[in-house]
Write a protein that binds this ligand. Sequence first.
Ligand SMILES: *Cc1c(COP(=O)(O)O)cnc(C)c1O
Length: 363
Amino acid sequence: MAPEQTAREPFFSTKSHERLSGASMHQPLRLRCDEAALAANYRSLQTRAGAQAGAAIKANAYGLGAAGAARALWNEGCRDFFVSTYWEAAELAFLPTGSISVLHGIGPTDEPLPGVRPVLISVEQIARWKSRGGPAQPCDVMIDTGMNRLGITREEIGALDGLTIHTLHSHLACADEEHPLNAAQLSRFRAASDSIPAQRYSLANSAGIFLGRDYAFDLVRPGLALYGGIPRSEARSTIKPVLSLEAQVVQVRRVRSGESVGYNATFVAPSDMSVAIINVGYADGYRRHFSSLGKATFGGAELPVIGRVSMDLVALDAGVASEIGEGDWVTLDFDLERSAALTGQSQYELLTGLGRRYQRIWS
Ligand SMILES: *Cc1c(COP(=O)(O)O)cnc(C)c1O
């Protein structure tokens, strides 16, 4: 006879993390987010635009943490927050009603969320919103002025009849460079704003703000520059860095002359040296491109990255920091423009690649 079935404890109880996480558990990797710098960037972008500024907080506020970023921006007067999907909007339910817009609009399986406006991007979505949201419910609309990514085309504008449009948007394809499409998109958006009734009109992202006040309309939608990214050279003098990356030393070891360090033995010690192994890797968005190129600082001393960046670990030449030891914290050079040039990644990729293993500290 088969033994009586008993309810089994799962191998890992779902409570195990709760049980294991006490005050003694700490994360050996930190992202320090400077609230005052974020607030200053928000203010200078708004001043530059001469219009109200909202904030793109999609993708977990570009890796900084959407909740912390939204709170700081709200305190600074920001009242418009942009996410990509309803899933992201649902995670930000703590934000006051009426302040979230969903840039990808309402998808086939999305249910309207109270106080959240979809940015309707197609004729299909308009029909969906009229039946699910009700045409009297305020929505936003994205029109295409030349990017050909999302949005209602000029030929489809008739479909907007009967909607209550809160904010009419379009998006610039080339705002970070000098390109004839900028002026073309501006004039198409101007024409659309004359013929499509809405409470507000919005065209510019971070880079667009630096194209001039013509591009600002009623509301600008920066993301990158809020978080310290430099979308155009004009931004360099006003945008402040917001985040700094700090990793803890796991071990300091002596490596003898002629021995190699890390995967594929790409670094060979030219003489006896001290090597600090730190708790960060490409799984944390510290890209493999930083291999032998990145730098960290410890108490004013500069420690170059040596050898390959691993998934969870990086080796530093600790030669100049003789007193460094296990448990010390180093700050990684993650200057966005410099890191983008060094790694060939965009500033957007560097920011949004920051993973979930950071303790995000707002102060
Ligand atoms: C992401 C996004 C923004 C913000 O762009 P940045 O270049 O980060 O300032 C603005 N508008 C739309 C439609 C977006 O998708």
